[in-house]
Design a protein around this ligand. Sequence first.
Ligand code: ADP
Ligand code: MG
Length: 699
Amino acid sequence: MSLLHNTIESLPGITPRKAQILKKDCDIHSWADLLHWYPFRYVDRTKFYTIREITAELPYVQLKGTIERIGLKGQKRAARLSCILRDGTGTIELVWFQGVKWVSEKLKPGQEYIVFGKPASFNNSWNIVHPEMEPFSAEKAVLASKLQAVYSTTEAMKKAWLDSKGIATLIAQLIRLLPGQVPETLPQSLRTKLGLIPLDNAYRQIHHPLNQEALSAATHRLKFEELFFLQLKLIRLNKLNKQSLKGYVFPRIGPLFNDFFHQHLPFELTDAQKRVLREIRADVAKPIQMNRLLQGDVGSGKTIVAFMSMLMAIDNGFQACIMAPTEILAQQHFNGLSELAATIGIQIGLLTGSSSKKARTALHKNLESGEMQILVGTHALLEDKVVFKNLGLVVIDEQHRFGVAQRARLWVKNELPPHVLIMSATPIPRTLAMTLYGDLDVSVIDMLPPGRKPILTKHFYERDRPRILEFIKKEIALGRQVYIVYPLIEESEQLDYRNLMEGYEHLVAWFPAPEYHLSIVHGKLKPADKEYEMQRFVKKQTQIMVATTVIEVGVNVPNASVMIIESAERFGLSQLHQLRGRVGRGAEQSYCLLVTGFKLSMDARRRLETMTETNDGFRIAEVDLELRGPGDLQGTRQSGLLDLQLADISKDQALLHTCRELAIQLLNEDPELIQPENAPIRQQLDAMVARNKNWGRIS
Ligand code: ADP
Ligand code: MG
C-alpha cells in the first residue's frame, strides 16, 4: 500500500492544527490530496536582474548586490528599516516595517546578498518592501535558480503559518518521501509512444520544476492523466448502460414514413438531416434504448428530424411525444407538427399547464387507447395522470431546461424505457459534448438549409436610438416585423420590468396606432394573454413584438427580419445567439442590433465582438466556454469536468480529443483491460471508482 493513502496528520512535520485547517479549507485529507495541491503560478528565479534593468512590468526580481548601509528611519509607528543595496549598475532601497529588530541584526553591511521581491516605485526611485534575503554564495546561487512554486491559501491558513511558503515546506517534505510510492498508471509502451514522462517524476516537477521545459512536460503528463482517465470512465459507463438498458425495437420503416418522405416533405432534406436520420434509424432498430443528443444550430431544421423519427415509432405501433420548455414553444411545435401530421392523417394532441380540464380528460382517454399518436406538451407531460398505451419515443426540445431527474421520470411509465432524442441548439464541439453528456450519443446537424442569407449583426450604443427607430420604420414599411427584447433576471426583476414597460411606452409613442400595432409578452402575463399577443404577431396583426427572453427558444415567425436586443451587455453569448436565431428564417435579409450602454466590461466587449463577427453557433459556443469556463454548462457536474485541476476543456480541446480517441481504441482492443500490459490502467480506474461512488450514478 502506497504511503499516499496515509492521513494528512501522519505527515512528518505537520501540527494537528495545520492538519485540521488543511482538511477544512482545502479538503486535503491524505498525502495524495496534498500532492494534488498544485501551485497556481511560479516565480521565475532562474534569472538575476541588475538594478538598472528594473521596470514597472516586472512582477518580481532577483538581484545580487552588496549592502551599503542600514538604518532606522521615521518615528514610532511609521518607523521602518531602510537598507541600500548596490550592484554594478545602481542602488535600490530595501524596506522593512515589521521584524525590524530581527532583520537589522541579521544583515551585515559590506556583505553580498541574493535579494528577491516585488519592486515598487516610490518618490521617483525603486524600492522593495519585505524582500527575501540570502547571503550570496556560489552554491546558493545555483540552488536559488529555479522556478519557485506559489500556492493558493486562505486567511485562516496564513494565520496557521500555512502561507504559500508554509505549504511549500510541507510539500517538499512529502516529495522527499515520494520515491517508490507513486504507482505508474500508464504502460511504458503508451508513455513512450506519446512522449509522456513517468507519473512520479511529473508530480515532483510540477511542484519543483527545474526549468520551464520540465514544467511543461510535467503539466502535460498530468493533464493527460486527468483527461484520459475521465474519458475511459465515461466510455466504459456508456458501454455498460448500453448493455443494461433494453429498449423497444422498431424493425421496419413503414408506410407513414415512406408516404411522408416521398409525397409530403415540404423541402429537400439537407445532407446533415439525412445523416442524422440514418443514425437515429440505426439506433431504434436495435433492442437497446436510444439516448441521443441532436445538436444543431438555431434554424438548422431539427424539428423535421424529430417528426420523421416519431414516424418511425408510429409505423411500428408506438406513440411518440415531444416535450418543450415553455408553453409558447409547445404551442408552436403543435401548430407546426399538426400541419405535417395532417398530410398523412396522424392524430396529434397538445397538453400544457393551461389545457382545460375537459380537454385533458379527452386527451387522457385517447392516449390510453392509443388513438392519439403524437402528444406535444410542456412539463405537464410528466404528470402522473398522463398514461400512454405504448410510448416508444420521447423527444425533448432544448434539453438545457430539463434536469436529468425529469428525464428519468419518463422511463417509469413504460414496461421498457422509450427511446430518447434530446435536441439542443447550443452546439458545442463534439468531443466535448460527448464528455459532458457521457451517457448520450451525439448527432450533429452542421449545415443550414440552403438559401439562407447570413444575419447582419451590429453593435449600437443607446445614444444611437434615433437611428435605430428610423431603421425599424423602414423595415416595417417593407412589410417586415421586428422583435425588441429586454433582459429580465430574477435578481433585478422589479427594475427590469420597469425598463421593459418604459421601453414599451416609449415605442408606442414612436409607433402610434392606427398605423402601427405592438405586441408585448413577458412572464407576468397569464398564459392565455401571452398566447393571444403571440398570435397577433404571428398573424401579422402587430409589427413589433416587445418581449423579455420568454421568446428565446424556438419561436418561428419567418416574416420577422429585425431582432433588437436591449442592454445586450447583460446577456450571455449563447442567449444572444439564440435570440438572434429568431430572425433570418425567411427569404429576406435579416438584422440583429445589439444595443448597450457605454460602460462595457472586457467580457461583454468580447461577447459583442463575437456576435458581430460570426453566425457560427459552434464558434460562439467555443468563445462562451472560454469566457465562462465549464462550470455553467449543463452536465459538467456529472461528467466530472469540474474535478479537473490542470486541464482546461476550452484550451485543451486537442488533448481532450486525443485522449478520447485513445480511450476508445484501448477499450475496443481490451474491453475489460485484462491484458497484462494494461494492468496499471485497470488498477487506476478501479481505484478511482472505489474513491468516488457517485460515478455509477452518472446519467
Ligand atoms: P431548429 O433547428 O432551430 O429547431 P427548425 O426545425 O425550426 O429549426 O427549422 C427552421 C426553419 O427551416 C423552419 O421554417 C423549417 O421549415 C425550415 N427547414 C428545415 N429544414 C429545411 C430544409 N432542409 N430545407 C429548407 N428549409 C428547411
Ligand atoms: Mg427548434
